[in-house]
Design a binder for this molecule. Structure first.
Ligand code: DSN
Length: 419
């Protein structure tokens, strides 16, 4: 045990026991929540470093407090690497996580009451994309476009254009947390240009897949802004970043600090810098590609086994299983049953869900974390079959016990990075 852990174990045994419990849980079960991942040991080291002691309001070379010779080094490394990996002209790496990242992006350009065109929450958008329960939904006027279930869940760009022409948004936003397809960024850009709006893509879920060149990059399509969290497919610490064109750099930086946040978490900034070094490697490119291959295999297996997937498949790292149609139970029940056999997923609303958010009609399943453990296509096929069999035979307690043992044994073959 290293010295820091030893101290924690000695001085706070209750807390330490919970830490060990979480490590064991992460090791012995399969993590299929699409927004979660296993980060690198180097990231854990940076997060637990003395950079957490430092206040660094401002930006490299322009800070409010002294003693910034090393914080400037790490923030410059993170910014430069972010621009290289995402082919962006400017990067702000200070957002504390996904919600403040999007809030800072809106507040850089919008006044209260201004209009944003964004994706409906139940069709895949995020709370910060204007859901009525979010503060953003109260401050700005969000108009929502939807996907078309009759056309494999694709975006109906005729409808997006009509809404844009009618409502004259200042920002056209695309991005998602539960949409299993890719976007046509060209179409969004054309519509935004026609109405004089800025283009913004929240690629939080697929940031790692874009960095690894496995999915299209909105910056290559001339988007003004791109936001991404750093802890999902990118495999870094919990945080967010905003990439933008140079012409927007000043507005974005002022909006993050002093507009919205105080001191950045410099231990996280250090960890982001390391994450981006990893993201530039060929090994990471292979990882990103494998995440997609695994998702395709898992989706195909679920469907072969009778599962009904929203949009009928996936183009990215995730899929949404309609559990009501597949096995006659809601997503909350399905999540709980899979928890019993150490397969972690999350309940998920489906487009225009007739059920309430806490008892929605589906679960969301994704491959970034399993892929980080080294799982491949044959493992996805096994997991897909187990998921459907477990959900179908949910009343059979002895099967559930046997399945849990099978899953735990299976997991022993795949060490968790960082633990
Ligand atoms: N909680 C994140 C997710 O699971 O997608 C989004 O905020």
């Amino acid at each position: 045990m290293d010295a820091h852990r030893e101290l924690l174990a000695k001085n706070d045994p209750d807390l330490y026991a919970a830490l060990e419990g979480e490590e064991a849980r992460q090791r012995s079960g399969v993590e299929l929540i699409p927004s979660e991942n296993y980060t690198y040991p180097e990231v854990l080291a940076a997060l637990g470093s003395v950079f957490t002691n430092k206040y660094s309001e401002g930006y490299p070379g322009r800070r409010y407090y002294g003693g910034q010779e090393y914080t400037d080094v790490i923030e410059n490394l993170a910014r430069t690497r972010a621009c290289e990996v995402f082919r962006a002209e400017h990067a702000n790496v200070q957002p504390l996580s996904g919600s403040p990242m999007n809030q800072a992006a809106y507040l850089a350009f919008l006044d209260p009451g201004d209009t944003v065109l964004a994706m409906d929450l139940s069709h895949g958008g995020h709370l910060t994309h204007g859901a009525p329960v979010s503060h953003m939904g109260r401050i700005f006027n969000f108009i929502r476009y939807k996907t078309d279930p009759a056309n494999e869940g694709k975006i109906d760009f005729g409808e997006v254009r009509k809404l844009a022409l009618e409502n004259k948004p200042k920002i056209v936003l695309c991005g998602y947390t539960s949409y299993p397809r890719d976007y046509d960024y060209d179409e969004f850009k054309k519509i935004a240009d026609e109405v004089g709006a800025l283009t913004m893509a929240d690629v939080s879920h697929i940031g790692g897949l874009i960095a690894g060149n496995a999915m299209a990059n909105p910056m290559d399509y001339g988007f003004d802004l791109m936001t991404t969290t750093t802890h999902k497919s990118l495999r870094g610490p919990r945080g967010g970043m905003i990439l933008c064109k140079k012409e927007h750099a000043q507005k974005i930086d002022k909006s993050v600090f002093p507009g919205l946040q105080g001191g950045p978490h410099m231990n996280t900034v250090a960890a982001v810098a390391y994450t981006l070094k990893e993201a530039a490697t060929d090994q990471f490119k292979a990882y990103a590609q494998q995440v997609l291959t695994n998702a395709k295999t898992l989706a195909a297996t679920l469907m072969e086994e009778g599962g009904v997937l929203v949009t009928g498949g996936t183009d990215n790292h995730m899929m949404v299983l309609n559990t009501v149609e597949s096995v006659g139970i809601d997503g909350k029940q399905a999540e709980k049953i899979l928890d019993k056999v150490a397969i972690t997923t999350n309940k998920q609303i489906i487009p225009d869900d007739p059920n309430p958010p806490l008892r929605p009609s589906g679960i969301r399943i994704g491959t970034p974390a399993a892929t980080a453990r080294g799982m491949k296509e044959q493992d996805m096929a096994k997991l897909g079959a187990w998921i459907m069999d477990t959900l179908r035979n949910r009343e059979d307690e002895s099967l559930l016990e046997k399945r849990k043992r099978e899953v735990e044994e299976f997991c022993e073959g795949f060490p968790v990075p960082g633990i």
